[in-house]
Design a protein around this ligand. Structure first.
Ligand SMILES: Nc1ncnc2c1ncn2[C@@H]1O[C@H](COP(=O)(O)OP(=O)(O)OP(=O)(O)O)[C@@H](O)[C@H]1O
Ligand SMILES: [Mg+2]
Length: 388
């Protein structure tokens, strides 16, 4: 896509203020590339929504242990738990395997058939290896919670993926995968394993072959055939649900919060994701740039790094106190330079993105692992402490 067209697309991605989002969005999805702060941001936004009197749940994926504990989560389970000390806030850690099992139970409409699928070796491998399975499960859980209507605000964390777009593509990929193409391939009578491999590869079925190759030993083909046979008649259910989730994500009550760190790869990916969201008609609430280099204190603002250096040289006459002061000034100069570099990185990687969509959050002095940390992060996200 040319930069010009990219800018046009992004101009239509309406930024909403995050304060307003925690006040009125029914669904908030935190997405972005690996390690940028999605889980922490999701928890902080959920806490902010609950503090505004809204019955809220945050669905987290793989939170750091201390953060999980501070939210009253001690094990993977698909049941919401009340967050101790916060009125109106529940949390849960998504258990992928159990969610997939629940999905099978629901779609199979027949306990025996569900059991046949769940004990199938191919199924067990599939739940671990199919790219996008986690993303798909997160959307399934989201849809469940939305349908149950027990919460005013559902905040969803997304799994660490190489590519944030996996989240949008997952439902379609899974239904495509389960749908007829592979089924027909496998059930074609008399097909030799060698030919099968070649033909499956011809369909770009890298995932499929990866899964299949992990199952070795007798009865492999039998397992595969049984797996796909068991699914017969269930595809429509999967497809309809995937479409419902898709429409739900397009509805005005949903809001995507894209999270990035101030480095070019994460920012580029965030920009691309914003484009995708705009293209798919999915509402964007903002682009959080997390872990920014904090600006030096206000008293030093307005001075350029060379000025710091001039003063530092003058001070640095060997007297310990003045030497320490000079060192602090040089540190402030480094920080300022880093902050300026970051701003340049941001504007070049995010060309075409409406600056009003950006929410800058500083790197905090410590990991965010308790409610107090989440509150502090929240104050940056929803306004009061924001550097934006
Ligand atoms: N603004 C911040 N200042 C300091 N530490 C932060 C900040 N935001 C997040 N962190 C820390 O960064 C680490 C990664 O955050 P988090 O787990 O939320 O990222 P993630 O995007 O969910 O990662 P993954 O892709 O692996 O799921 C955590 O230890 C968290 O406490
Ligand atoms: Mg995470």
């Amino acid at each position: 896509m040319s930069p010009r067209r990219g800018a046009d697309v992004l101009a239509t991605a309406r930024a909403r203020n995050l304060e307003q989002t925690v006040q009125d969005a029914g669904i908030i999805l935190c997405t972005g590339s690996g390690g940028v702060g999605k889980t922490t941001a999701a928890a902080a936004l959920a806490l902010a929504a609950a503090q505004r009197g809204r019955r809220t749940i945050v669905v987290t994926i793989d939170p750091a242990r201390r953060l999980a504990q501070s939210m009253g989560l001690h094990a993977l389970e698909n049941t919401p738990r009340a967050v101790p000390g916060v009125e109106g806030l529940d949390a849960m850690m998504l258990d992928m395997k159990r969610t997939f099992d629940e999905v099978i139970d629901r779609h199979a409409n027949d306990p025996e058939r569900a059991e046949r699928i769940k004990t199938n070796r191919f199924y067990k491998q599939l739940t671990d290896s199919l790219a996008g399975t986690q993303e798909y499960m997160a959307t399934e859980k989201l849809f469940d919670l939305h349908t149950a209507a027990a919460y005013e605000c559902i905040v969803v964390d997304t799994p660490p993926t190489r590519n944030a777009l996996d989240f949008l593509d997952a439902p379609k990929r899974l239904t495509d995968f389960l749908e007829g193409r592979f089924l027909r391939l496998f059930l074609a009578p008399g097909m030799a394993a060698g030919r099968l491999t070649a033909r499956a590869a011809g369909f770009g079925a890298g995932v499929f072959m990866r899964v299949a190759s992990r199952i070795t030993g007798a009865g492999v083909l039998g397992d595969l055939a049984e797996f796909f046979q068991s699914f017969e008649g269930m595809y429509d259910g999967f497809k309809n649900r995937a479409q419902s989730v898709y429409r739900l994500l397009q509805s005005p009550g949903s809001a995507f919060v894209v999270v990035a760190t101030p480095d070019t790869p994460a920012l580029r990916e965030a920009r691309y994701f914003l484009q995708r969201l705009a293209g798919e008609g999915m509402p964007t609430a903002g682009l959080v740039i997390n872990r920014m280099t904090p600006e030096p204190t206000a008293a030093l603002a307005g001075h350029s790094p060379p000025e710091f250096e001039t003063v530092a040289k003058r001070l640095d006459d060997g007297v310990p106190e003045r030497r320490a002061t000079a060192a602090l000034l040089r540190l402030a100069a480094d920080r300022t330079e880093a902050a300026v570099r970051e701003q340049r990185t941001i504007s070049s990687a995010l060309h075409g993105v409406d600056p009003r969509a950006l929410v800058e959050v500083p790197m905090m002095s410590d990991d965010i692992h308790d409610l107090e940390g989440l509150r502090r992060l929240g104050s940056h996200l929803v306004g009061t402490g924001s550097a934006a």
